[in-house]
Design a protein around this ligand. Structure first.
Ligand code: MN
Length: 292
Protein backbone atom coordinates (compact mmCIF):
# COMPACT_ATOMS: atom_id res chain seq x y z
CA UNK A 1 0.00 0.00 0.00
CA UNK A 2 1.53 3.25 -1.11
CA UNK A 3 0.64 6.41 0.74
CA UNK A 4 -0.24 9.54 -1.13
CA UNK A 5 2.13 12.44 -0.49
CA UNK A 6 0.23 15.66 0.12
CA UNK A 7 1.00 19.27 -0.73
CA UNK A 8 2.52 21.40 2.04
CA UNK A 9 2.20 24.69 0.17
CA UNK A 10 1.90 26.14 -3.29
CA UNK A 11 4.25 29.08 -3.55
CA UNK A 12 3.74 31.96 -5.98
CA UNK A 13 6.90 33.34 -7.60
CA UNK A 14 8.56 35.80 -5.18
CA UNK A 15 9.32 39.28 -6.59
CA UNK A 16 12.22 38.92 -9.03
CA UNK A 17 15.66 40.44 -8.59
CA UNK A 18 18.63 40.69 -10.92
CA UNK A 19 21.74 38.55 -10.57
CA UNK A 20 24.33 40.60 -12.42
CA UNK A 21 22.60 42.19 -15.42
CA UNK A 22 21.69 38.93 -17.15
CA UNK A 23 19.57 36.85 -14.82
CA UNK A 24 16.19 38.05 -13.56
CA UNK A 25 15.31 35.44 -10.95
CA UNK A 26 12.67 34.52 -8.42
CA UNK A 27 14.45 33.01 -5.39
CA UNK A 28 12.05 30.31 -4.20
CA UNK A 29 14.45 29.01 -1.56
CA UNK A 30 16.05 29.35 0.87
CA UNK A 31 13.82 32.00 2.37
CA UNK A 32 10.14 32.86 2.35
CA UNK A 33 8.02 29.85 3.21
CA UNK A 34 11.15 27.71 2.99
CA UNK A 35 12.96 29.73 5.64
CA UNK A 36 14.37 26.48 7.06
CA UNK A 37 17.61 26.25 5.05
CA UNK A 38 17.37 22.47 5.04
CA UNK A 39 13.71 22.17 4.04
CA UNK A 40 14.58 21.10 0.46
CA UNK A 41 18.00 19.57 1.30
CA UNK A 42 20.06 18.40 -0.58
CA UNK A 43 18.75 21.25 -2.77
CA UNK A 44 19.88 24.42 -0.97
CA UNK A 45 18.81 27.13 -3.38
CA UNK A 46 16.53 27.53 -6.36
CA UNK A 47 16.67 30.65 -8.49
CA UNK A 48 14.10 30.58 -11.26
CA UNK A 49 14.39 32.90 -14.23
CA UNK A 50 10.84 33.01 -15.52
CA UNK A 51 10.31 33.94 -19.18
CA UNK A 52 11.70 37.33 -20.10
CA UNK A 53 12.39 38.87 -23.48
CA UNK A 54 15.87 40.39 -23.63
CA UNK A 55 16.53 43.12 -26.16
CA UNK A 56 19.50 42.65 -28.50
CA UNK A 57 22.81 43.63 -26.91
CA UNK A 58 26.38 43.78 -28.18
CA UNK A 59 27.56 43.39 -24.60
CA UNK A 60 26.63 39.90 -23.30
CA UNK A 61 24.66 40.33 -20.08
CA UNK A 62 25.52 38.13 -17.13
CA UNK A 63 27.53 37.71 -13.95
CA UNK A 64 31.26 38.39 -13.81
CA UNK A 65 33.94 36.30 -12.13
CA UNK A 66 32.93 34.96 -8.72
CA UNK A 67 33.91 32.01 -6.50
CA UNK A 68 31.99 29.01 -5.18
CA UNK A 69 32.93 26.38 -2.59
CA UNK A 70 31.17 23.52 -0.88
CA UNK A 71 28.38 22.64 -3.31
CA UNK A 72 27.30 22.16 -6.93
CA UNK A 73 25.54 24.59 -9.23
CA UNK A 74 23.07 23.06 -11.66
CA UNK A 75 21.91 25.29 -14.49
CA UNK A 76 18.96 24.28 -16.67
CA UNK A 77 18.20 26.33 -19.78
CA UNK A 78 14.60 26.30 -21.04
CA UNK A 79 14.90 29.25 -23.44
CA UNK A 80 17.98 31.18 -24.53
CA UNK A 81 21.64 30.19 -24.27
CA UNK A 82 24.08 30.60 -21.40
CA UNK A 83 27.86 30.62 -21.79
CA UNK A 84 30.26 29.95 -18.95
CA UNK A 85 33.96 29.76 -18.16
CA UNK A 86 35.65 28.53 -15.01
CA UNK A 87 39.13 28.57 -13.49
CA UNK A 88 39.37 24.77 -13.77
CA UNK A 89 39.58 25.34 -17.54
CA UNK A 90 36.05 24.33 -18.43
CA UNK A 91 33.86 26.37 -20.70
CA UNK A 92 30.85 25.81 -22.86
CA UNK A 93 27.39 26.83 -23.89
CA UNK A 94 24.19 25.61 -22.26
CA UNK A 95 21.61 25.53 -25.05
CA UNK A 96 17.85 25.17 -24.84
CA UNK A 97 16.98 21.99 -22.96
CA UNK A 98 20.56 21.44 -21.77
CA UNK A 99 21.92 21.25 -18.25
CA UNK A 100 25.27 22.15 -16.76
CA UNK A 101 26.13 20.30 -13.57
CA UNK A 102 29.13 22.05 -12.04
CA UNK A 103 30.74 20.66 -8.93
CA UNK A 104 32.46 23.63 -7.31
CA UNK A 105 33.44 21.52 -4.24
CA UNK A 106 36.92 22.70 -3.03
CA UNK A 107 36.49 25.86 -5.04
CA UNK A 108 36.71 27.57 -8.37
CA UNK A 109 36.05 30.89 -10.02
CA UNK A 110 33.55 31.14 -12.82
CA UNK A 111 31.49 33.59 -14.86
CA UNK A 112 28.08 33.06 -16.42
CA UNK A 113 26.49 35.19 -19.12
CA UNK A 114 24.28 35.14 -22.21
CA UNK A 115 25.91 33.39 -25.14
CA UNK A 116 27.25 35.97 -27.63
CA UNK A 117 25.02 35.17 -30.61
CA UNK A 118 21.90 34.93 -28.43
CA UNK A 119 22.86 38.23 -26.85
CA UNK A 120 23.22 39.92 -30.25
CA UNK A 121 19.83 38.66 -31.45
CA UNK A 122 18.03 38.99 -28.12
CA UNK A 123 14.96 36.94 -27.37
CA UNK A 124 13.16 34.75 -24.92
CA UNK A 125 15.13 33.63 -21.88
CA UNK A 126 14.06 31.14 -19.19
CA UNK A 127 16.28 29.14 -16.86
CA UNK A 128 16.69 27.56 -13.44
CA UNK A 129 19.76 27.48 -11.24
CA UNK A 130 19.92 25.06 -8.33
CA UNK A 131 22.55 24.88 -5.63
CA UNK A 132 22.95 21.26 -4.61
CA UNK A 133 24.67 20.84 -1.26
CA UNK A 134 27.56 18.45 -0.72
CA UNK A 135 28.07 16.45 2.47
CA UNK A 136 31.16 17.33 4.56
CA UNK A 137 33.03 14.31 3.17
CA UNK A 138 32.89 15.76 -0.38
CA UNK A 139 32.99 19.54 0.14
CA UNK A 140 36.74 19.69 -0.51
CA UNK A 141 36.94 17.26 -3.44
CA UNK A 142 38.32 18.62 -6.74
CA UNK A 143 35.94 20.65 -8.93
CA UNK A 144 34.43 18.93 -11.93
CA UNK A 145 31.95 19.65 -14.62
CA UNK A 146 29.24 17.56 -16.29
CA UNK A 147 27.76 18.77 -19.53
CA UNK A 148 24.34 17.19 -19.85
CA UNK A 149 22.91 17.85 -23.26
CA UNK A 150 19.21 17.44 -23.88
CA UNK A 151 19.96 14.45 -26.13
CA UNK A 152 22.02 12.70 -23.43
CA UNK A 153 19.23 12.70 -20.83
CA UNK A 154 17.33 9.56 -19.98
CA UNK A 155 13.94 9.59 -21.61
CA UNK A 156 10.84 7.72 -20.47
CA UNK A 157 8.16 8.02 -23.10
CA UNK A 158 4.59 7.87 -21.85
CA UNK A 159 2.26 5.62 -23.77
CA UNK A 160 -0.38 7.20 -26.00
CA UNK A 161 1.46 10.39 -26.98
CA UNK A 162 1.10 11.80 -23.46
CA UNK A 163 4.61 13.21 -23.29
CA UNK A 164 7.91 12.16 -21.78
CA UNK A 165 9.95 12.31 -18.60
CA UNK A 166 13.51 13.53 -19.08
CA UNK A 167 15.81 12.12 -16.44
CA UNK A 168 18.68 14.45 -15.55
CA UNK A 169 19.73 12.72 -12.31
CA UNK A 170 18.49 9.63 -10.52
CA UNK A 171 15.84 7.65 -12.32
CA UNK A 172 12.25 7.40 -13.41
CA UNK A 173 11.18 3.76 -13.34
CA UNK A 174 13.92 1.88 -15.23
CA UNK A 175 15.28 4.97 -17.02
CA UNK A 176 18.40 6.49 -15.47
CA UNK A 177 19.80 10.00 -15.78
CA UNK A 178 23.40 10.81 -16.79
CA UNK A 179 24.36 13.05 -13.84
CA UNK A 180 26.71 11.63 -11.24
CA UNK A 181 25.60 12.87 -7.84
CA UNK A 182 27.24 12.64 -4.41
CA UNK A 183 23.99 11.85 -2.56
CA UNK A 184 20.81 10.14 -3.77
CA UNK A 185 18.44 12.42 -5.69
CA UNK A 186 16.11 12.61 -8.65
CA UNK A 187 16.02 15.62 -10.98
CA UNK A 188 13.37 15.16 -13.64
CA UNK A 189 11.85 17.28 -16.32
CA UNK A 190 8.33 16.17 -17.18
CA UNK A 191 6.98 17.34 -20.54
CA UNK A 192 3.32 16.41 -20.43
CA UNK A 193 0.59 16.84 -23.00
CA UNK A 194 -2.79 18.06 -21.88
CA UNK A 195 -4.75 15.29 -20.20
CA UNK A 196 -1.69 13.21 -19.25
CA UNK A 197 -1.74 11.74 -15.76
CA UNK A 198 1.45 10.32 -14.31
CA UNK A 199 2.67 8.86 -11.00
CA UNK A 200 5.91 9.58 -9.21
CA UNK A 201 7.15 7.48 -6.31
CA UNK A 202 9.86 8.80 -4.00
CA UNK A 203 10.72 7.71 -0.45
CA UNK A 204 8.72 9.85 2.00
CA UNK A 205 11.97 10.93 3.71
CA UNK A 206 13.18 12.56 0.46
CA UNK A 207 12.48 16.29 0.35
CA UNK A 208 10.38 16.88 -2.74
CA UNK A 209 9.05 19.84 -4.68
CA UNK A 210 8.10 20.73 -8.20
CA UNK A 211 8.21 23.85 -10.32
CA UNK A 212 5.69 24.39 -13.10
CA UNK A 213 7.80 25.92 -15.86
CA UNK A 214 5.08 25.88 -18.49
CA UNK A 215 1.33 25.27 -18.46
CA UNK A 216 -0.77 24.15 -15.55
CA UNK A 217 -1.16 20.94 -13.54
CA UNK A 218 -3.37 19.40 -10.88
CA UNK A 219 -2.18 17.36 -7.91
CA UNK A 220 -5.27 15.80 -6.39
CA UNK A 221 -7.84 18.58 -6.19
CA UNK A 222 -5.28 21.41 -6.13
CA UNK A 223 -4.07 23.30 -9.18
CA UNK A 224 -0.52 24.53 -9.64
CA UNK A 225 -0.10 27.38 -12.14
CA UNK A 226 2.80 28.39 -14.35
CA UNK A 227 5.83 29.69 -12.41
CA UNK A 228 4.51 28.28 -9.11
CA UNK A 229 6.36 25.86 -6.84
CA UNK A 230 4.59 23.04 -5.02
CA UNK A 231 6.39 22.02 -1.84
CA UNK A 232 5.36 18.50 -0.90
CA UNK A 233 5.00 17.14 2.63
CA UNK A 234 7.11 14.23 3.80
CA UNK A 235 4.02 12.16 4.56
CA UNK A 236 3.90 9.64 1.72
CA UNK A 237 5.50 8.35 -1.45
CA UNK A 238 3.04 8.72 -4.29
CA UNK A 239 2.43 11.92 -6.27
CA UNK A 240 0.00 11.89 -9.18
CA UNK A 241 0.29 14.82 -11.56
CA UNK A 242 -2.34 15.59 -14.14
CA UNK A 243 -1.57 18.06 -16.92
CA UNK A 244 -4.63 20.30 -17.29
CA UNK A 245 -2.73 22.06 -20.11
CA UNK A 246 0.42 21.12 -22.01
CA UNK A 247 2.99 21.45 -19.23
CA UNK A 248 6.67 21.32 -18.37
CA UNK A 249 7.47 20.51 -14.74
CA UNK A 250 10.84 20.39 -12.99
CA UNK A 251 10.66 17.75 -10.26
CA UNK A 252 13.20 17.62 -7.43
CA UNK A 253 13.42 14.88 -4.83
CA UNK A 254 16.42 13.99 -2.69
CA UNK A 255 17.69 12.44 0.49
CA UNK A 256 18.31 15.23 3.02
CA UNK A 257 21.88 15.97 4.11
CA UNK A 258 21.61 16.08 7.89
CA UNK A 259 24.57 18.34 8.66
CA UNK A 260 24.97 21.91 9.94
CA UNK A 261 24.90 24.70 7.36
CA UNK A 262 27.09 27.79 7.33
CA UNK A 263 26.39 29.82 4.21
CA UNK A 264 27.83 33.18 3.32
CA UNK A 265 27.47 34.51 -0.23
CA UNK A 266 28.88 31.93 -2.64
CA UNK A 267 30.22 29.60 0.09
CA UNK A 268 28.17 26.76 1.52
CA UNK A 269 30.03 25.03 4.33
CA UNK A 270 29.33 23.28 7.65
CA UNK A 271 31.04 25.75 9.99
CA UNK A 272 31.80 29.49 10.08
CA UNK A 273 35.54 28.82 10.37
CA UNK A 274 35.30 26.94 7.05
CA UNK A 275 33.59 29.98 5.52
CA UNK A 276 36.39 32.25 6.83
CA UNK A 277 38.93 29.82 5.39
CA UNK A 278 37.17 30.00 2.01
CA UNK A 279 37.33 33.82 2.03
CA UNK A 280 41.05 33.69 2.90
CA UNK A 281 41.72 31.09 0.21
CA UNK A 282 40.04 33.27 -2.45
CA UNK A 283 42.23 36.23 -1.39
CA UNK A 284 45.31 33.99 -1.48
CA UNK A 285 44.53 32.99 -5.09
CA UNK A 286 43.84 29.36 -4.22
CA UNK A 287 40.68 29.29 -6.36
CA UNK A 288 42.76 29.81 -9.50
CA UNK A 289 42.68 32.57 -12.06
CA UNK A 290 39.97 33.65 -14.49
CA UNK A 291 39.92 36.77 -16.66
CA UNK A 292 36.90 39.06 -16.52
MN1 MN B 1 27.88 31.12 -10.02
Amino acid sequence: MTNIRSIESIIAPPAPHMVGDGFRVHSFFPGGRLIDKKRMSPFFLMDYGSKVDFSPSEHPRGVGVHPHRGFETVTIAYHGKIAHHDSAGNSGVIGEGDVQWMTAASGLLHKEYHEEEFSRRGGLFQMVQLWVNLPAAYKMTPPKYQEITHASMGRYVLPGDKGAIEVIAGNYKEVKGPANTFTPMHVLNARLNKGASIDFNFPSTYNTGLLVVEGKIAIGDQFVDTDHFALMKNDGELITIEATEDAIILILSGEPIDEPIAQYGPFLMNTWSEVEQAIQDVSAGKFGVLEE
